[in-house]
Write a protein that binds this ligand. Structure first.
Ligand code: URA
Length: 250
C-alpha cells in the first residue's frame, strides 16, 4: 500500500538515537541571534529520521573532508536514495565568501558539484562582474542531494540536513554569506518572509557557532526565467562588492 510520496528503505534506517546520547552541537552552545535555527519537522514525514543523529555526527567532523565523508555515509535523508551522488561543495574551502543555494539540479547530480548547470553558468557571470570566481568563493546547498524532479526540499529534508550545513559553515568560517533564492534564504535566515522583501539586506547571523554577515539575493534560475529581475540582482552584487571592499576581502 502506498503510504508516502517517497519510498522508505527500512533496512537502511538505524534505531532512533535518544537525546541524551547525542552530543550537543556547537550550534547549540550559543543562542543564535537569528537564522539557521532548525526548521520544525513536517507533521507527517514520509521518511522518518532523527535530526539529532545528524547533529551528533556533524559535531564530530573536524575538517571539511571529514564532514563530506560523514555526509556521504549518512543514510538518514530520503533524498539520497534517488540521487546519483553526493553534491557537497565547490570552490575554495579557504574562501571568506560562502554562497548557499537550494539543492542540486540534474547537472549537479551528474557531476557531484553545486551550480554547474545553466544557473551555475549565470552565477559565474554574476561573480565575474564583481571580480570574483570560484577560487574566491565556497559554494554549498541547503541539501546535498538532488530532490527528485528538482522539487523544493521538504521541511523534513531541510531539517535533517541542516546540522551538516551548520557544521560546513563553521568549518569554512566565511566572513560573508550570500544565499541564493527563497528556500535557501528562508532556511539560513530562519524566516518565512518572501525573497523579494528580504533580498539585498544585510544581517548579522550566528550560523552554528559562527558569526557572519549575510545577504539574500535572487536565485540565478529565477533570473533565467525572469530576466527583468537581473536589475535587482545586479544591485545585490554591487552591494556584495561594497561589503567585501569594506571588509578588505579581495
Ligand atoms: N540550484 C541550486 O540551488 N543549487 C545548485 O547547486 C544548482 C542549482
Amino acid at each position: 500500500m502506498a503510504v508516502g510520496e517517497e519510498p522508505v528503505n527500512r533496512f537502511a534506517q538505524r534505531p532512533p538515537v535518544r537525546p541524551a546520547e547525542v552530543p550537543a552541537a556547537a550550534s547549540e552552545s550559543r543562542a543564535p541571534v537569528q537564522g539557521l535555527a532548525e526548521a520544525a519537522p513536517a507533521a507527517q514525514p514520509a521518511f522518518v529520521t532523527d535530526p539529532g543523529e545528524a547533529r551528533g555526527l556533524a559535531a564530530t567532523a573536524q575538517t571539511l573532508a571529514e564532514l563530506e565523508a560523514i555526509v556521504g555515509a549518512y543514510d538518514g535523508c530520503g533524498l539520497k536514495l534517488r540521487a546519483t551522488q553526493l553534491c557537497f561543495a565547490d570552490g575554495n574551502p579557504q574562501a571568506q565568501i560562502m554562497l548557499i543555494g537550494e539543492a542540486p539540479g540534474a547537472e549537479e547530480d551528474r557531476q557531484g558539484k553545486p551550480f554547474v548547470g545553466k544557473s551555475g553558468q549565470l552565477l559565474d557571470r554574476m561573480l565575474a562582474a564583481i571580480g570574483l570566481d570560484r577560487t574566491k568563493v565556497y559554494i554549498a546547498n541547503t541539501v546535498p542531494w538532488r530532490p527528485p524532479g528538482n522539487r523544493t526540499p521538504t521541511p523534513e529534508e531541510l531539517a535533517t540536513c541542516l546540522p551538516f550545513l551548520h557544521r560546513q559553515v563553521e568549518l569554512v568560517a566565511p566572513k560573508v554569506i550570500l544565499t541564493l533564492g527563497g528556500p535557501a534564504m528562508q532556511t539560513v535566515f530562519n524566516t518565512t518572509i518572501g525573497i523579494l522583501k528580504m533580498r539585498g539586506r544585510w544581517s548579522e547571523l550566528t550560523v552554528g557557532a559562527h558569526g557572519v554577515e549575510a545577504m539574500p539575493t535572487l536565485h540565478p534560475a529565477y533570473l533565467l526565467r525572469n530576466p527583468a529581475a537581473k536589475q535587482q540582482a545586479w544591485r545585490d552584487m554591487l552591494s556584495l562588492r561594497m561589503k567585501l571592499d569594506a571588509l578588505g576581502i579581495g
